[in-house]
Ligand binder design. Sequence first.
Ligand SMILES: [Zn+2]
Ligand SMILES: [Zn+2]
Length: 381
Amino acid sequence: MEKMKRAEIVNAQQPLAVVTRDKVDAPPKGLLLKTSYAGVCHTDVHFLKDEKDLGDGKVRRVRDLIGEEKYKGTVQGHEISGVIEEFGNEAKRYDLSIGDRVAVMPWIGCYQDSCMFCANGENNRCDKNIAGTSDIGQGPPGGFSTHVPVPDCKYVVKVPNQIPMDVACMLPCSASTMFSALKNAKPFMEMAYERAGSSKLLVIGAGGLGLWGIKLAKQYFKNLNVSITSTDIDKEQLRRAVAAGADRSVVMQRKPTPEEVAGILTENRSHLYDAVLDIVGMQSTTEAALHSLQNGGILCIMGQYGGKMSFPIPFVIMKALTIRGIRVSNVKILKELIQFVSENPIKFEEVEYYSLDDINIAYEKLEKGEVKGRAIIKHEK
Ligand SMILES: [Zn+2]
Ligand SMILES: [Zn+2]
C-alpha cells in the first residue's frame, strides 16, 4: 500500500500531529492531487484555536457545532497547488489531464446540485456549510498532506506555466479574497474617478492579504489614477506594503476614538477613501474605516478578528455608505483571477517556506504575527 504523510488536528489549541497513513484513492467524481505547495493562513490558526469572538462575550466553537470527534483528525490547508495524479472512475474531467498543474478552490460549501448557491457556482454563500466545515481543509482533507482528494473536478483550475506553483497556491484564498473585494470596490472607484479624476483606496492590515490586495489593486485600478494607502500597527509590515506598491503608509495608532484614528488616516478629512478593505475586522478598525470613507464609499470587511461594531445609523444614510462582507471567493472568481495574473504578472516574494514536519512552527509564528508575508508548506517533489 502506498503511503501519504499529513498533519492532523489532535484537538483544539494543541500542536498538529504529522503522521503517515495509507494513501487514499481519488473520490469517484473527483481527482487525487499530488500536493506541491500549501499556504498556511490565519483561517487555519483560528480553526485550530477554535474560539471565534462574536461580541457581547459570545464565543463560537466549531467543536460544539460539529462534535469533537469530527473536529479531531481534520487535515487543514485550503491554499493548495499540485499536480493531478489520478481521476475517480465516474469523474467528468472537463479539459483536465493527468499531470496538469492546478490550483484548488477550497470553498466548495455542500457542493450538492440541490443547493441553489452551490449549483450556481456561489459555493462561498452556501448556508449548509456549518462554520465552513464542508470546505476543503476544514472538513474534507486539505493541503497539509502529500495528497489531496478533491471531490469534484470542477473545483480545480489549470495554472498556466508562467505562474509559479508557490504563487498558485496563494491564488484560491488570500489573492482571490482580495480580488473579490476589489471587484466589489471597482464601481465605487470608477465613480470616484469620474467625479474627481482620481480614486483612493485604504487597505487595513499589511500582512499577506494586504500585500496581495495592494499588488492586485495597483494593476486592477491602474486606469483610475488610484492612490493606495496601507495601514498597520507594524512599521516593518508597512515597509513591505510600500515596496509592494502602496503610495502612502500610515502607522495605525490605538487612539481612544475611531474618529481620532480616522482623522490620522485621512489627514483631517483631506484624504477620504472611496473604498476601504479591512483585513483585520475588529471593532476599532471597522469603525475607523467607516469614519474614513468618502460620501458614497464602500467598506469591504474580510478580516474576522471579531467583536461588534457600532456606528451612528444616520451617518450610513447621510454618507450613503455601503458595508460589504467578503466571504472568500468561488471558482468563477478564481478563474478570472488566474487569467488576470497570467496577463498582469505579479511577483510575490514575501514568502517563508516550511517543510510539513515544521508546520507547527509556521502556525506559532503566524499567530504571533512574525511571518514576513505568507507562510507556505513546501512538499517534497
Ligand atoms: Zn486562507
Ligand atoms: Zn451548498
